[in-house]
Design a protein around this ligand. Structure first.
Ligand SMILES: Cc1ncc(COP(=O)(O)O)c(C=O)c1O
Length: 377
């Protein structure tokens, strides 16, 4: 069996032709920034997520930073789960906030309401939740209500959650705003790019100002805010629109792979496969391995069986990252530590057919058996 890679990015011929035709039109029209494609992409993404406003920006990290800046978190605290991408943390910090880390439940990869409450103080301006791997935590609505009652802004990091929904609501619509990423590995991509969704028109207007050097009028050099250039290029928006059109098919295919893993792994002594009970992006297929499994050794074995497992979300919690370790020295977050140490991400993408999936599952079982035999010797 040839190697089953961890990630496979494919653009089908029909989409490639569609994008090339649109790029040709763009090149002929000659408007490469803040034109019809960005505007249409925003409208289409707002419709897809069923949110009143969407604002296209340069990246997911920028989307988060713009939200935090527009909320005015400067000089106050933002609560961030410790098992997330560094982007969530640095976005809040660049907006002038001090970050407090919260633990998560490793069974859902999300914080519980209790964990959020424990991390909040009277100085908390915002709480960030991250829909890790596309899973929306079961306490998200309760956290949203609790935050609203206390005047704390709930911000959703939806970098993994295009198409994820819970109780009929799309990711990004539980709090005041959601930040999506269109980075190259996401379930839809513009290469680099991001989108803010919000039901708060004032917040959307403020973010539009900030993304365009603080100019109320795009092409007039009058600056009313300390904004910077956080715009998404027209070329990227062309790709984003085509990717969004195909997204329902991609989501269905990813979900079928996730369901296939759940069925095949049921009852096997390989740990717990995290299959959500809600529609999800299928960005990650996360398996919580049995305690004390040597993940690196397991990944080496899988590789010998032609399976690449990579891209944990996330292998190192933020408080153990070299750049942050001093500030959070002594912090103990057992749920996050278990989630980060025990999680294995299985290959998942639309082109992963049944044969390759069956191979991944048998490679996993064989590798775990081999490891057990080695440690029994
Ligand atoms: C959870 C999370 N938040 C934010 C980001 C940042 O997005 P971007 O790479 O588009 O800046 C990422 C990663 O790409 C992510 O995984």
């Amino acid at each position: 069996m040839p190697l089953v890679p961890a990630v496979e990015i494919e653009v089908p011929d029909a989409e490639r032709r569609e994008v090339l035709a649109e790029v040709d039109r763009l090149l002929r029209a000659g408007r490469f920034s803040q034109g019809v494609n960005v505007e249409a992409f925003e409208e289409e993404f707002a419709a897809f997520t069923r949110t009143p406003s969407a604002v296209a920006v340069a990246s997911g990290t920028t989307a988060l930073e713009l939200i935090f800046r527009a909320l005015g978190v400067q000089g106050r605290e933002v609560v961030v789960p410790a098992g997330t991408n560094f982007a969530t943390y640095i976005a809040a910090e660049r907006a002038g906030a001090t970050v407090r880390l919260t633990d998560v439940d490793p069974a859902t990869m999300a914080p519980t309401l209790e964990q959020v409450r424990a991390a909040c103080t009277p100085r908390t301006a915002a709480v960030a939740v991250v829909h890790t791997g596309g899973l929306i935590g079961p306490d998200t609505e309760a956290i949203a209500t609790w935050c609203e009652q206390r005047g704390v802004a709930l911000v959703e990091d939806c970098a993994h959650a295009h198409g994820s929904e819970r109780a009929g609501r799309h990711a990004g619509t539980f709090g005041v705003a959601g930040a999506f990423s269109f980075f190259a590995t996401k379930v839809m991509t513009t290469g680099e790019g991001g989108m803010v969704v919000t039901g708060d028109d004032q917040l959307a207007q403020e973010i539009k100002l900030l993304r365009n050097l603080g100019k109320p009028e795009a092409w007039v050099s009058t600056h009313t805010r300390p904004g910077w250039n956080a715009r998404l290029p027209e070329l990227a928006a062309v790709l984003g629109r085509a990717q969004l059109r195909r997204l329902p098919q991609v989501l269905a295919a990813r979900r079928a792979v996730a369901d296939g893993y759940a069925d095949a792994l049921r009852g096997l002594p390989v740990g717990d496969f995290l299959l959500p009970d809600h529609p999800y992006s299928g960005y990650k297929a996360m398996l919580m391995l049995p305690p004390d499994t040597d993940r690196d050794a397991l990944k080496d074995r899988l590789r010998e069986h032609s399976v690449q497992a990579a891209g944990e979300v996330y292998a190192t919690p933020l408080h153990h990252q070299p750049v942050l370790a001093d500030r959070h020295a002594g912090l103990r977050l057992p749920g996050t530590e278990r989630a980060c140490a025990g999680q294995l991400c299985l290959p998942i993408y639309p082109g992963l057919d049944e044969k390759r999936q069956t191979h991944v599952v048998s490679a996993l079982c064989d590798s775990l058996t081999e490891l057990a035999e080695v440690s029994a010797r």
